[in-house]
Structures are given as structure tokens and as C-alpha cells.
Ligand binder design. Structure first.
Ligand code: ZN
Ligand code: ZN
Length: 570
């Protein structure tokens, strides 16, 4: 039986809602609920569902109209499914509207900013006696919030107020996969290869670029506009189109024929500088385009160049080196023999030393260094002098039972404000090596911060500098430091630096890692794992290392322990 189309409350026929619009309402509700005394798990569940929905290719609106089961998507339970049905049928949620109606304008305004935590913001409102986002913006700009509430709060608010379109590279993995599938299945393209920043493994990206092969480009454009219910088309030409994805990223499609595949991949992958240097060394882009290259290798070979790995196409010296056949052989996962930065239950990790050791053994590693936090870092469960002595004895005991594997006695030692290390020398000398990091006083000026690091490196028990600038991508810039001086001092003192593989750190940056390697300072690619599940994040650090042009011989943890041991004795 034909059902009459349902009408919105005001009598207009319902328009199709995009998944993004549905997600906005769910996160709006989460925001309003969190100002009430609602169960925080429920609030989180709404936020999580909203984030998940933003990436989905299928139109939820359509699914609701066809009475399909929404709970088959992870993160969508029966409660959220019925909320989605209500949104599609009425354009909103009665509960959201009611809560908004009851709330003060200051609170209602927050429902549109899902990245701000209402509870924290309301605390600021109360203390500063303000009541709008405009005022909040003003107080963040003039530094008042940082002064009164500290840097964490300032960070949170700054991030919540920015309408950023950027995304951490590793957050885009799912989205890339979903879009690729959609292109191949729903849009019926014959071939789709991701290119752009994503392929170069740039740590923060703003767009996804695909090179695609299709006979019917207009149809692809039409279908793509229905991704997630509705995905606005920004511009289109005969062989390219751009869309605004609801996650905030830009999606760019480049159509290519099979015989031009190599050209388009090269043109869509390289950075601007890379392409400039490439065309300077070969022929102008227009001429390149008029020739036929079915693969990238073919294009590079035609001009006497070695194949250049995507991670290197940034416009440093890769073109000259490709010409002379001297490109680096980039480090790979197979080269890694151990983990040098990992936490356990002794500080803020969630797994025992034994479980961490077992997990890296299963990865085929030969050693793991246990680097729990040192005594001063109380918020992260810093280990007291007495407890570290105990841990040392415990590891010795465990090691006696192990064959062809070794747990290294270590610590992530805080570098204190004056540049001294957080344990006495007679304890430090019992460790196999140290990772030394800054976790406090980020606001010191550049000179003072640099001096602090140099002083710390003067201690003969300083081995590896942990997360060299303290940056958190899309959250806070690192502390200011004269990196050249730090690298130079590391070289003179036989110290090392790490690439911290945590996807929101990736610190050293590729640029700084390149500098360190050029100065002859070896680099540890470490995960800073706080659980066994994080050990696989080494792939993110390796991407970064490859972007820096690092080879196996530049990578500290590609050495066996017997060699490392000698390097760590200063
Ligand atoms: Zn740390
Ligand atoms: Zn750590």
C-alpha cells in the first residue's frame, strides 16, 4: 500500500537531509545534554555516532524512508537510531528543541559548537562574568583565559572555536577507504588511486585527491553529490571536480585515461615545489601532459630519473638525486628491531611490562625499552626513586628467563625547568639508556628553552630526546626552541632524537628529522605506546621518517642491542 509522504510540522514536504545535517543535530543534543546532569557515556555515544555518520556514504535519510535497519552500523544503537528517524521525519529532535528553549542564550549557542566542552566553557563564563562566544573569543585573544585557567583550557577553547578543515592524516584512513569503495561500486569507476597530501603521508591534510578512470564523468559527479545524502559540488570541469565532504575535507577527483595515468598521478601527488623542480628538469607541465605515460615509473624513466617515492616528492633535493641515481633507500617496517619508548602499568600505561614485552616479541622485535615517567610527573603516575630501583631488579629477573629477547631498563626522564634530570645520577647510571623529555614550562622563551635542553644533554646519562618540540597537531604548537642548536649539541654529545609516532605528535617534524639526519644524529622511530595496541603506530612514525628521507642506517632502533649498547655509553 502506498503511504502518503509525511509532512514536516509546518506542513512543507520534507527535504532530503544530508548525513552532515543529521550529525549536527545529534552533536547539538549531546552538547545540550552535557550541560544538564546527563550520563557522560550517553553524551559520548551521541558525539561518537555523529562523527561516524559524517563519513558514511549511504544516505541515512533515504534509509529511514525505506525503513532500513540503522543499527547495523557500529556506534548506532536503538536509541540513536530512533533519534535519527525523528530527525529525518521532522527535521529536528523534540528533545533538542525543548532543551534549547529552556536554556539561556549562552548555553543554547554552545549546541552549535560540538568541539567545545560546555561544562568547561560555562566555568569560564561564570568566572569571567561573560555570556557569549564573541566575548569568549575576545578573552582568548587577549590571553586572559590562559593566564587564569592555564594552557590546557586555552588550548581546548582555541581548538573548539576554530572552523578548521584540516584533519590528522590517520583520521582520514577510514574515509579514504569508504570513498574509494563508493567510487568503485556506486560510481562504477574502473580505477581509483588516491594521490595528493594523503599519498605523500603529510601529517595533517585538508583534501583527498583521487585519480579515476571512467567513461561517464558527469554520472560520477552526479552520484558523488549523493554521497552521505548530500555532498555539495564546489566546482567541476570536463575532467575534474571538487566536493565539500561533511567531515570538512575537500574531495578532488581527477579523471584520467589509462594512457595518462602516470602523468596524472605524478601531477596530483607532488607538492607544488616538487612539480616546479620536476618540470624545470624535464619539460613544462603542458608538454608532459601531451605525452603518454601509463605509469609514474615510465614518466620518470623517460627523463633519466630514478623512481621517486611519494613521501619524497616535497621539492627538497629529490630531483637532483633522482638524476644522479643517489636517492635514499627509505627505511621500512622490516628494518625495525626494537621499541625504545613505551610505558607500562608502573606509570600511565595500561599493560604490564611482561605483556608489553610479549607484544613486541610477536612483532618480531628483539628488545623493548620500558620508559615510564619519572618522579616529578605526578599526573602521569611518575615512578619514585624507590619504585624505579624495584623495577630495575624486576626487569633483571625477567631478563634472566628470556632468550634472544631483552627488556631494557629505562625511563622517560623529565627535563626539569633548570635543565637538570629528574633522577639522581647514581640511579640513572643503572639504566640501559634514557629518553629525556620536556613536559612542563612550555612557555619559556626560545633562548631559555634551548639552554634548558642543551644543559640536559650535558648530563652523560642523557641518551634520546623525546618528542622534541612537544607539539600536538591541530591542538597546540610546540614550545619554541632553536632546533639547529639542539641538533648540533646532540651530535657533539653523542645524544639522539626520536620521531614520536603518536599520530597527533609526529615530533620531530619531517623537516627537523631531515636536519638531524643531515647533521649525522641518529633517530629513534618510537611509538610512546601506553598499551600493546599502540605498538603498531610505528607505521605512522615510519611514514614520517620516510618523508624525512631516512634510511635504515639513520634509524637508531634498526640496530641490534649489542650495537646500541655501545652507542648509549657516553
Ligand atoms: Zn612524554
Ligand atoms: Zn612517553
Amino acid at each position: 500500500m502506498e503511504k502518503p509522504p509525511e509532512l514536516r510540522e509546518n506542513g512543507t514536504p520534507p527535504a532530503v537531509l544530508s548525513n552532515a545535517e543529521i550529525a549536527d543535530r545529534l552533536s547539538g543534543l549531546a552538547q545540550m545534554l552535557s550541560t544538564q546532569k546527563e550520563n557522560p557515556y550517553k553524551v559520548k555515544a551521541y558525539h561518537r555516532a555523529a562523527a561516524r555518520i559524517r563519513n558514511l556514504p549511504d544516505s541515512l535519510d533515504e534509509m529511514v524512508r525505506h525503513e532500513e535497519d540503522l543499527t547495523r552500523f557500529s556506534g548506532i544503537g536503538t536509541g540513536i537510531a530512533s533519534a535519527i528517524r525523528e530527525i529525518v521525519k521532522t527535521g529536528t529532535l523534540a528533545k533538542l528543541e525543548r532543551l534549547r528553549g529552556e536554556a539561556t542564550p549562552a548555553v543554547a549557542e554552545l549546541s552549535g559548537h560540538p568541539r567545545l566542552d560546555p561544562k568547561r566553557v560555562l566555568r569560564v563564563y561564570k568566572k569571567l562574568n561573560i555570556s557569549s562566544l564573541a566575548e569568549l573569543r575576545e578573552r582568548i585573544e587577549n590571553g586572559e583565559i590562559e593566564k587564569i585557567f592555564g594552557s590546557r583550557m586555552a588550548q581546548h577553547i582555541r581548538q573548539g572555536l576554530t572552523e578548521t578543515h584540516a584533519m590528522l592524516l590517520y583520521r582520514a584512513d577510514d574515509l579514504r577507504e569508504l570513498i574509494e569503495e563508493f567510487l568503485l561500486n556506486a560510481c562504477r569507476v574502473r580505477r581509483a588511486d588516491v594521490a595528493g597530501d594523503y599519498r605523500r603521508r603529510v601529517e595533517v591534510i585538508e583534501e583527498l585527491v583521487f585519480v579515476i578512470e571512467t567513461d561517464d564523468f558527469p554520472k560520477v559527479i552526479e552520484r558523488m553529490q549523493r554521497y552521505g545524502g548530500r555532498t555539495p559540488l564546489i566546482e567541476a570541469g570536463a575532467d575534474h571536480a571538487s566536493f565539500a565532504l561533511s567531515s570538512g575535507l575537500l574531495l578532488r577527483l581527477q579523471r584520467s585515461a589509462d594512457e595518462d595515468w602516470g602523468f596524472h598521478l605524478v601531477a596530483c601527488t607532488g607538492s607544488k615545489t616538487h612539480l616546479k623542480k620536476l618540470t624545470a628538469a624535464t619539460v613544462p607541465l603542458r608538454e608532459l601532459r601531451s605525452q603518454s605515460f601509463t605509469s609514474e615509473k615510465m614518466l620518470y624513466r623517460r627523463f633519466g630519473l630514478q623512481y621517486i617515492e611519494p613521501e619524497l616528492r616535497e621539492g627538497y633535493d629529490e630531483i637532483e638525486r633522482a638524476k644522479t641515481g643517489t636517492l635514499p633507500r627509505l627505511v621500512t617496517a622490516k628494518d625495525i628491531r626494537g621499541e625504545l619508548h613505551a610505558h607500562s602499568l608502573s606509570s600511565d600505561g595500561v599493560d604490564s611490562i611482561e605483556d608489553m614485552a610479549q607484544a613486541v616479541r610477536e612483532r618480531g622485535y628483539e628488545y623493548i625499552g620500558i620508559t615510564d615517567h619519572s618522579q616529578s610527573l605526578r599526573i602521569a603516575g611518575g615512578v619514585s626513586v624507590g619504585d624505579l630501583w624495584q623495577q630495575i631488579r624486576h626487569i633483571d629477573k625477567v631478563n634472566r628467563r628470556l632468550r634472544s629477547f631483552r627488556i631494557l631498563k629505562s625511563s622517560e626522564v623529565d627535563i626539569l625547568a633548570d635543565g637538570s634530570l629528574d633522577y639522581p645520577d647514581e640511579l640513572l647510571k643503572e639504566l640501559d639508556y634514557t629518553v629525556c623529555s620536556i613536559h612542563s614550562r612550555f612557555a619559556l622563551d626560545k633562548i631559555a628553552q634551548t639552554e634548558r635542553l642543551l644543559r640536559a644533554m650535558d648530563n652523560r646519562y642523557f641518551n634520546i630526546l623525546g618528542h622534541a618540540t612537544g607539539r600536538l597537531l591541530l591542538k597546540r604548537p610546540g614550545y619554541e626552541v632553536e632546533i639547529e642548536r639542539v641538533i648540533d649539541h646532540a651530535r657533539q654529545n653523542g645524544c639522539f632524537v626520536e620521531i614520536n609516532s603518536s599520530p597527533d605528535r609526529l615530533d620531530l617534524s619531517a623537516e627537523n628529522a631531515r636536519r638531524a639526519a643531515a647533521a649525522g644524529v641518529m633517530i629513534a622511530v618510537s611509538t610512546d605506546s601506553h598499551s600493546t595496541g599502540e605498538l603498531e603506530l610505528v607505521r605512522c612514525g615510519l611514514d614520517q621518517a620516510r618523508r624525512a628521507g631516512l634510511q635504515k642506517s639513520d634509524t637508531l632502533n634498526s640496530l641490534p642491542w649489542s650495537k646500541l649498547q655501545r652507542l648509549f655509553r657516553r
